[in-house]
Design a protein around this ligand. Structure first.
Ligand SMILES: O=C(O)CCC(=O)C(=O)O
Ligand SMILES: [Fe+2]
Length: 375
């Protein structure tokens, strides 16, 4: 196994165990405030309805058509992420975007154990503004809001332990404070441990799918097997300039802005090591895959320090339709394989279930603590 990374200010042990960690004060508050103004200029003032029409294609539309990102000289991509939540993606033609990328790059190069800084690549840079719900909506939301739990992606253990890392982390940089009732990011405690147990438990099933694109079926397989009853969601609060790094295998959800701040601005960035191209970075069918690096505009490219311009030089193989169909079939086979492994595990554990609590202190796995084994 590779030695763990050490990154100043980052609790990598916490990241490994819980799937998230915060690095405080990564970007200067003045830069954050300028980035907020840039987004407000694009979207208009934070009001109770944001019009996303006519200013670019939505990322869902890009996914559906498989079409490429809008011309980098054109307008930013804007789409709605639910009521009062708006996503803005490149091309954002403001040099402040470079000031949000440059402080993060050395941190990710170290975290991924990149051989050379030039190997680090920027996959996405997505701004989200979550405006306060109007009071009438806010009252209803406290009664009925249900988090939309999901995983963004999943990796095998070997993708984490390889040097350089063949997985990526997402990050969320707070451009404004993120507080209680101000759209905090919600995470499901213990979900990371569960997700990794499931992936480790695949063991024999691993050869059912190829280690590259087949991996993209994993999130759909993992999510239904993660219990939600293990405690209330954990809310993550950030000060302006703080960076949250989160594992895409962590079950999480956005939340509404119930009025603690007029609008919550964050930028999601995703970096990866170039050696993952064609290995784990294949077959992506989300907003990141639809976007070529040329989506990043001249303003970002030119404002990046010379040594980090290579962040924007990469190309991902696109997935064709027949490949997508064969992946759907693999997903079905894999799912069936895991279900039968679960059944087998349950049958084996049944006779021992009574004594499992008492005998679990030394070598028993955490699965046995529950009495009911789960993959
Ligand atoms: O805005 C948030 O807090 C989370 C958004 C999210 O989960 C996503 O974009 O995948
Ligand atoms: Fe997400």
């Amino acid at each position: 196994m590779a030695a763990a990374s050490t990154v100043p200010g980052l609790d990598t042990a916490h990241l490994e165990e819980h799937g998230w960690a915060i690095v405080r004060g990564v970007v200067d508050p003045g830069v954050c405030a300028r980035a907020c103004r840039c987004i407000d200029d694009i979207l208009g003032p934070a009001v109770h309805t944001v019009q996303a029409d006519g200013r670019g294609q939505s990322d869902e539309a890009l996914e559906a058509t498989g079409s490429r990102w809008p011309d980098p000289e054109g307008l930013p991509l804007i789409s709605s992420g639910g009521p009062w939540r708006t996503k803005v993606m490149h091309p954002i033609r403001d040099s402040v975007t470079a000031e949000l990328v440059a402080p993060l790059a050395p941190l990710f190069a170290e975290l991924y154990r990149c051989e050379r800084p030039q190997d680090l690549k920027l996959l996405q840079h997505m701004f989200t503004r979550t405006d306060a719900l109007p009071p009438t909506e806010s009252a209803a939301a406290t009664d009925s809001s249900s988090p939309s739990w999901h995983l963004d992606d999943a990796f095998l253990e070997e993708h984490r332990t390889s040097t350089p890392m063949q997985m990526y982390y997402h990050s969320m940089l707070a451009l404004s404070p993120v507080r209680a009732n101000g759209a905090p990011y919600l995470v499901c405690p213990h979900s990371m441990r569960r997700a990794r147990e499931i992936v480790r438990g695949l063991g024999d099933a691993e050869d059912l799918f190829d280690p590259g694109e087949g991996r993209t079926v994993l999130p759909a397989l993992i999510l239904p097997r993660i219990p939600k009853e293990e405690g209330p969601p954990h809310e993550i609060y950030l000060e302006q300039g703080d960076l949250l790094i989160h594992d895409p295998m962590l079950t999480h959800s956005a939340s509404d802005n119930l009025g603690a701040v007029p609008s919550r601005h964050v930028v999601f960035s995703t970096f990866f090591d170039a050696s993952a191209i064609g290995r784990t970075l294949v077959g992506l069918r989300n907003r990141m895959a639809a976007a070529p690096p040329s989506k990043f505009p001249r303003e970002l490219r030119e404002a990046l320090p010379q040594e980090w311009r290579s962040l924007l030089e990469w190309e991902l193989p696109l997935q064709d339709e027949s490949r997508a169909q064969s992946l759907a079939e693999q997903s079905r086979i894999l799912s069936a394989g895991v279900t039968s492994m679960e059944e087998k595990g349950r049958a084996e554990a049944e006779p021992a279930a009574e004594g499992a609590q008492g005998g679990s202190s030394s070598s028993s796995s955490s699965r046995k603590h529950d009495g009911a084994p789960r993959l």
